[in-house]
Design a protein around this ligand. Structure first.
Ligand SMILES: C[S@@+](CC[C@H](N)C(=O)[O-])C[C@H]1O[C@@H](n2cnc3c(N)ncnc32)[C@H](O)[C@@H]1O
Length: 231
């Protein structure tokens, strides 16, 4: 189990945001693609609490996590609602879906030699998140960390015609993965270049719903940028 992502506070926040921003708005078995399902608990918990029509297609590279997720899915008879491939979304043919959702790998570091290499988010932590905003899904829901160059993600979203439809913010204490000395020291360096924002032991994690621009869009991008830089 040691090699499976474990941070209940973060996973629960992801699960609550998904219910509020994604599942509640899903109509008539709209499908959802998930990048990085982990042990599957956030989606499974949401599916158990609510009766949603949506079908979720997850992608998880870590085989141990994928196995745990599948056995829980079987245990709760959710096999027709949550299907996970042991593969990388970027290297697979992309399923059609209304929503792409993820609590993506966002740990910034000089290289991927960290406690859990699959949590490496590129040198500024935003690489995978920004890539998810380049796959052309109509709605993208992601968790965004204030120490992972959040302004680059807002810029990438704008370049790719997304506006911020809604967001929710959680102050979070640096955890096991972000407190690794190699990572923490590196985040301190990013802060000097305005690529990381935090205060003491706390950073902000935002659940953000991006949507492709429409005429009536009210864009909360500036409001979110102000919150992320306020630490
Ligand atoms: C921050 S964890 C989130 C796990 C779970 N969604 C949660 O919130 O508890 C990110 C997950 O993405 C997975 N991952 C990393 N790179 C991936 C890739 N290229 N394709 C699929 N999954 C990937 C990791 O193994 C990890 O389980």
């Amino acid at each position: 189990m040691k090699d499976i992502f474990f941070c209940p506070e973060e996973s629960n926040f992801y699960s609550n945001c998904l219910e509020t921003f994604v599942f509640r708005n899903c109509q008539n078995s709209e499908s959802i693609v998930e990048f990085g399902s982990g042990d599957g608990s956030p989606i499974i918990n949401s599916l158990l609490k609510n009766k949603f029509d949506a079908v979720v297609h997850g992608f998880e590279l870590n085989t141990s996590a994928w196995k745990v997720a599948n056995s829980t899915i079987d245990e709760y008879n959710l096999a027709d609602k949550y299907i996970i491939s042991n593969a990388c979304l970027f290297n697979s043919s992309k399923p059609e879906a209304e929503y792409l959702v993820a609590n993506p790998p966002y740990i910034p570091a000089p290289d991927s030699d960290i406690y859990m290499p699959l949590l490496f988010g590129g040198i500024d932590g935003a690489t995978i998140t920004n890539k998810l905003l380049s796959l052309d899904y109509k709605n993208v829901f992601v968790l965004l960390s204030s120490f992972s160059n959040p302004l680059s993600t807002l810029k990438k979203a704008q370049e790719n015609n997304y506006f911020v439809q809604n967001f929710m913010v959680l102050p979070l204490k640096f955890g096991y993965y972000s407190s690794e000395p190699k990572v923490k020291n590196y985040i301190e360096r990013l802060r000097k270049n305005k690529m990381a924002f935090y205060s003491g032991d706390y950073y902000f994690l935002a659940g953000v719903l991006f949507r492709k621009f429409s005429e009536s869009a009210i864009n909360l991008s500036n409001e979110l940028a102000q919150v992320m830089m306020s630490l």
